[in-house]
Design a protein around this ligand. Structure first.
Ligand code: URA
Length: 232
């Protein structure tokens, strides 16, 4: 089997494994896990926070209102969603019940940490050239430190420990929730942030995973062991 096929099979196996994950309490309350979607070797990996109500029901990332806004941005930028790998820092929907409504709750840091090894495995298998962090939870998961999104948005940030390039911007939900009078300005600023990754996307004919791995870190080693376990 080619490396690409092996990695694709490993992602599928990981997706099944996340569904059974009970390393934090969220899995017990969600309909199913929502794993990442996209090709191995995608040039860009886009990371959100966690699935919302619609994603939890569909089992796919970014298919609800935030996803629709993201799709509009993708179209405006001339990108193609099929060429992106789209995932979340946390794989199960966290919510509280208000009557019959399931209202989104921000995941706790311990929940994001418990889920991190799944994301680490996706990064190992997909090997994108760059990452887009949508919001603070994703940014912290990718960079391993708290990130002030408004200060650090719109430029590549190189993570010295892993060699990964991360572009931080707002989560689309922040735009949906924002002041309607500022919506147009916020939309343009968001597109400007995302457009920083356009040079990568232009070369995006879905390349093979980069041959050179980032320097080994304890977390990466841990993820590689898990990936091997899934692939065996
Ligand atoms: N918000 C996210 O962060 N991810 C999704 O998949 C949907 C909404």
């Amino acid at each position: 089997m080619s490396h690409r096929n092996e990695a694709t099979a490993a992602l599928k196996a990981l997706s099944v494994a996340t569904d059974a994950c009970r390393e934090c309490p969220l899995g017990a309350y969600a309909t199913q896990s929502v794993f990442g979607e996209g090709p191995v070797g995608a040039v860009l990996m886009v990371v959100g926070e966690q699935p919302g109500d619609k994603e939890d029901l569909a089992g796919r990332p970014f298919v609800g209102p935030a996803g629709k806004l993201f799709d509009r941005a993708v179209a405006k930028l001339g990108w193609s969603r099929e060429k992106l790998y789209v995932t979340n820092a946390v794989k199960h929907f966290k919510y509280e019940l208000r009557g019959k409504r399931r209202v989104h709750k921000t995941p706790a840091q311990r929940e994001a940490e418990a889920c991190h090894h799944w994301l680490e495995s996706e990064m190992e298998l997909v090997q994108p050239r760059g990452y887009v962090a949508l919001g603070a939870t994703a940014a912290r998961s990718l960079l391993g430190r708290p990130v002030a999104v408004m200060k650090e948005r719109g430029r590549w940030i190189e993570d010295e420990a892993t060699g990964r390039r991360v572009l931080v911007t707002l989560h689309p939900s922040a735009l949906l929730r924002g002041d309607p009078a500022q919506r147009e300005v916020a939309w343009k600023a968001w597109l400007k942030d995302l457009s920083v990754a356009s040079s990568l996307m232009k070369k995006a004919s879905v390349k093979q995973p980069a041959a050179k791995r980032p320097p080994a870190t304890p977390a990466a080693g841990h993820a590689r062991r898990r990936v091997r376990m899934v692939m065996e």
